[in-house]
Design a protein around this ligand. Structure first.
Ligand code: FAD
Length: 413
């Protein structure tokens, strides 16, 4: 049996482990902290094929500059002398055009659609308890102008990506989701999206893996990759050396720290986001929602309730800023009859692994033919994990991939 070591016990490493063990590999995951406790545990839990469009779209630069100077903006960049950040921003700015937006979206969509189908299959097959529900995703607006402005995006999603939303006026919105305050302008409803509770997904996926014999080693950090000029033989970790036939690097936002070992420059910036988890309010929404005007997302789980948002480019900053957490509450207040409830059970931040083209990297490392990279899933790692794991397993097996992997190549940078 061939042996593979996966570095990183987040969603992506876990999904790779699942499909590789399915394929007959002897799998070990190493994780520098605790399995599933990084960005993968506290995110908003949205599995959203509606999020086809990349962050870099025409007009985004103007909006971003405005947001940078706005008070209480959910978007911020900490100014600093960091060549990788400025290079990232430069390349991001260059991609804010129609052609690059469409090209990225054509790469994002297959991962989203196939992941949704895979979740449905494996959650049932493995009896995974993760509060999976398919109730769609609602975008709710206070301003009619903003509601109308989204019509162009919706037309594009409908015509180019077969992913149209149902437009709702204020009354229809209130009837559909009575947890919303009366008097909102309306909304757009993506009925095919789903949601789940990410921490429960991670723990139940772990149980499935361990029952299959996958080894998970925690508090174990990769230090370097050992091998000759083309092939990795082993990795050196904080718990000693581990040899294997193949390796998968699924280290999320921390991947650029391994650039020297991988023999390439991975342009991932940590996009810091925050969430608050609490018990379900008495008037709890039925449907997950995003309020695009404040950029706050609300996810009602069966056993809890989460507010999430914020995009901070502040490097690997580990502070949990109370002012940022407060923005989650104030961003939900104008929309919901009962926007939050005490006690807050978890105050959380995570680093989204942001590439400037919004596409992940799923490819062999340029340096070692038996080291693969699966990282850079931006704001959609939960929504893209199963397809990524399946693709990585097929690549390691040398099988024909079920979708075209070229958009995710590391050579594009
Ligand atoms: C506020 C917020 C809300 C979000 N909401 C959603 C959502 O609703 N839907 C969605 O699809 N996505 C969402 N995301 C994005 C999603 O959470 C990420 O894309 C996803 O978690 C990335 O998974 P990953 O496995 O690549 O990274 P991670 O979860 O960060 O896992 C990588 C793991 O690698 C480990 N590691 C790193 N370096 C080493 C090393 N050298 N040795 C050993 N281990 C190492 C880390 O400790 C970590 O556990 C959200 C993100 C945030 C911040």
């Amino acid at each position: 049996m061939s042996k593979v070591v996966i570095i990183g016990g987040g969603l992506i490493g876990t999904a790779c482990a699942y499909y590789l063990s399915d394929s007959g590999w002897d799998v070990t995951i190493i994780e520098r902290g605790e399995h599933g406790k990084g960005t993968s545990g506290g995110n908003c839990g949205l599995v959203c094929p509606s999020h086809v469009l990349p962050l870099a779209e025409p007009g985004v630069i103007g909006k971003t500059v405005k947001a940078l100077f706005a008070r209480n903006s959910p978007f911020s960049i900490k100014p600093r002398l960091d060549a990788s950040l400025w290079s990232w921003l430069f390349h991001f700015a260059r991609r804010c055009n129609e052609r690059d937006m469409m090209e990225a979206a054509r790469g994002i969509q297959p991962l989203l659609e196939s992941s949704l189908a895979e979740y449905r299959r494996i959650i049932e097959l493995e009896a995974m308890e993760c509060e999976w529900e398919r109730r769609g995703l609602l975008f709710a607006y206070r301003s009619s102008k903003q509601l109308d402005a989204f019509a162009a995006t919706d037309r594009l999603l409908g015509s180019a990506f077969h992913c149209p939303a149902r437009r709702l006026d204020g009354a229809a919105l209130e009837a559909l989701e009575p947890a919303l305050r009366p008097g909102l302008a309306g909304g757009w409803y993506y009925e095919d999206d789903a949601h789940l509770r990410p921490d429960k997904l991670m723990s139940s996926w772990r149980r499935v893996l361990e029952a299959r014999g996958v080894t998970i080693v925690e508090q174990c950090e990769l230090r370097s990759i050992l091998g000759n000029s083309t092939t990795a033989r082993a990795i050196e970790t904080t718990q000693g050396e581990l040899s294997a036939d193949a390796f998968v690097v699924a280290t999320g936002a921390l991947t650029p720290l391994l650039n020297t070992h991988l023999g390439c420059k991975i342009p991932i910036q940590p996009g810091k986001g925050y969430s608050l988890t609490m018990p379900r309010p008495a008037i709890c929404p039925r449907i997950p929602m995003i309020f695009p005007e404040t950029r706050v997302a609300v996810t009602p789980f069966q056993t809890g309730y989460r507010l999430g948002s914020i995009m901070e480019f502040s490097g690997y900053d580990t502070s949990l800023k109370p002012s940022r957490l407060q923005l989650l509450k104030t961003g939900a207040e104008p929309y919901l009859r009962e926007p939050y409830r005490d006690p807050i059970e978890q105050e959380w931040y995570g680093w989204r692994p942001m590439t400037y083209d919004s596409l992940p990297i799923i490819d062999r490392s340029p340096r070692f033919k038996n080291v693969h990279i699966a990282a850079g899933h931006n704001m959609l790692g939960l929504s893209m994990a199963p397809a990524t794991g399946k693709l990585v397993a097929q690549m390691l097996d040398g099988r024909t991939p079920f979708l075209d992997p070229r958009p995710y190549g590391v050579g594009r940078f």
